[in-house]
Ligand binder design. Sequence first.
Ligand SMILES: NC(=O)c1ccc[n+]([C@@H]2O[C@H](COP(=O)([O-])OP(=O)(O)OC[C@H]3O[C@@H](n4cnc5c(N)ncnc54)[C@H](OP(=O)(O)O)[C@@H]3O)[C@@H](O)[C@H]2O)c1
Length: 280
Amino acid sequence: MAGQTGLVALVGAGRMGSALAAGWLKKSRNQIAPEHIVFVDPRPSESAAELAERHGVRVAAQLNKALAGEVAELVIAVKPALVGEILAPLKAQLRPDVLAVSIAAGVPLRTLGRALPGRPAVRAMPNTPGAIGKGISVCVANEAADAPELRARAERLLKPAGPVEWVEDERLMDVVTAVSGSGPAYVFLFCEALAAAAEAEGLPRKLAQELAVRTVAGSGALLTSNMGDASELRRMVTSPGGTTQAGLDSLMGGAGLPGLIRNAVAAAARRSRQLGADTN
Ligand SMILES: NC(=O)c1ccc[n+]([C@@H]2O[C@H](COP(=O)([O-])OP(=O)(O)OC[C@H]3O[C@@H](n4cnc5c(N)ncnc54)[C@H](OP(=O)(O)O)[C@@H]3O)[C@@H](O)[C@H]2O)c1
């Protein structure tokens, strides 16, 4: 891409890292030229190795001093527990203006700041559908990264996973984690429960599963197609006194689905806060 002033180093070329990199390398988007990317991973995933081979992206087991000095943007996509130890030896080698973008779940800005003092850092939370470009990422920037140009650079790196939103208060990342981070699992559970209920009512297992999966996937597609928001769409498909109304009455009455979801999000946010405190 024009204006790229150094390398984009992807530290951790696993599932999410290679999904992001696949987006950077898409010709149609004219994103980042392969010669401006380096994968840093002692054992890159199969998809990362394939990407590197196809596009001629450099792969390094670790960032040596010479390579580290060329890095303009460091994307950290290793498991959260490894972030501190992987960044520690890089502190002295990276440029003072390197932009660090970490997608490691739950790793706070203060950990990034401690590992890379003075550098602009962005903590991002993408989610699992991001691996196929259908996710959403929420970011928070440290003080050094609090500038439109730096935010735009971080967004460019995250856009392959889906749209990018920002929060100003890092504490909100616990809620983000509980909603979009953990949310796919809630939806998968709903899908499992719908299939199990279909089977319990007499449908063969295979058909029950197909109906549940396509209902969840199709409804998700409708939600993102600008045909209306969730409650509008729900009202559209619910005739008073009909079958959907009977089902919804059961889901929404008493301690129904809205209350359960409220509790689930609160519990996940609480757990995220606990895990964050443990990394202090
Ligand atoms: N997947 C998601 O949907 C998702 C969503 C939100 C956030 N995240 C975050 O993204 C990060 C990566 O998740 P993932 O699912 O992509 O995990 P992953 O597939 O395990 O990828 C991590 C990669 O880092 C490699 N690695 C291990 N030690 C390394 C080192 N010293 N230097 C460089 N690379 C090293 C791993 O190699 P080995 O496999 O050989 O150890 C692996 O290839 C995590 O922090 C996670 O919290 C992921």
